[in-house]
Design a protein around this ligand. Structure first.
Ligand SMILES: Cc1cc2nc3c(=O)[nH]c(=O)nc-3n(C[C@H](O)[C@H](O)[C@H](O)COP(=O)(O)O)c2cc1C
Length: 192
């Protein structure tokens, strides 16, 4: 798939197949996060891969999924993420604008994962104090988000966002629908 088609195809996936994600691929994802644009090239971000079964169980219980339809969007038993990549910000390095770095790094990882056939969910609703303790994260690091990963266990499709169709929804067969604004409603050429 070329990069345009990959970007079009990427959707947040919250149901995963019970198939492990190779450690080697997880490390490749952190490598593309490392190479993402960084404001003033300060590079304050660091990452923790979690693929240990015991840790994954604990992490899973401290994440929140698809708030607008909770608890419907929760991964079902047996369809939990197979790995996690936590994004940390080193407070001793970070300056203003570091949030942009996080966005670029996570999107790089999500797209590179999809290139390997692996789906992802960018999750910010985390019980941070618990994860900080569980993963022995030093005090001068801020925990920002996690990318939950696994081979896809559901389909997700884009819908046209309209007055009556604004929120995402999920069908009983777990197909997810995500309304997006139309190109003509967000694109201005030469003047607003
Ligand atoms: C900053 C950020 C935080 C998010 N946090 C969560 C989250 O905590 N839980 C969740 O299930 N999805 C989360 N998402 C995923 C969004 O719900 C999802 O991107 C959005 O519904 C659009 O769907 P799409 O990614 O398939 O285009 C987050 C996305 C972003 C960009």
């Amino acid at each position: 798939m070329n990069i345009y088609d990959l970007i079009v195809a990427r959707r947040t996936i919250r149901q995963f197949a019970p198939k492990p994600v190779p450690r080697e691929i997880l490390e490749k994802l952190v490598n593309v996060a490392r190479l993402a644009p960084s404001a003033a090239n300060l590079q304050p971000l660091e990452y923790i891969i979690v693929d240990d079964d015991g840790l994954k169980k604990k992490v899973f219980s401290w994440l929140k999924w698809a708030a607008s339809i909770a608890p419907l969007g929760n991964p079902k038993p047996g369809h939990e993420p197979q790995a996690y990549i936590f994004v940390l910000v080193n407070r001793q390095i970070r300056q203003k604008m570091y949030e942009y770095d996080i966005g670029a790094a996570i999107e790089n990882m999500a797209l590179a994962a999809l290139g390997e056939g692996i789906a992802s969910a960018w999750v910010i609703s985390i019980d941070k104090p618990r994860i900080l303790e569980l993963l022995h994260i030093p005090e001068h690091y801020e925990l920002d988000a996690v990318l939950a990963l696994g081979y896809p266990g559901q389909a997700s499709v884009v819908e046209e966002l309209t007055e009556t169709c604004k929120k995402y929804w999920q069908e009983p067969d777990l197909t997810f629908h995500v309304p997006k604004r139309r190109l003509k409603d967000i694109l201005h050429i030469n003047k607003f």
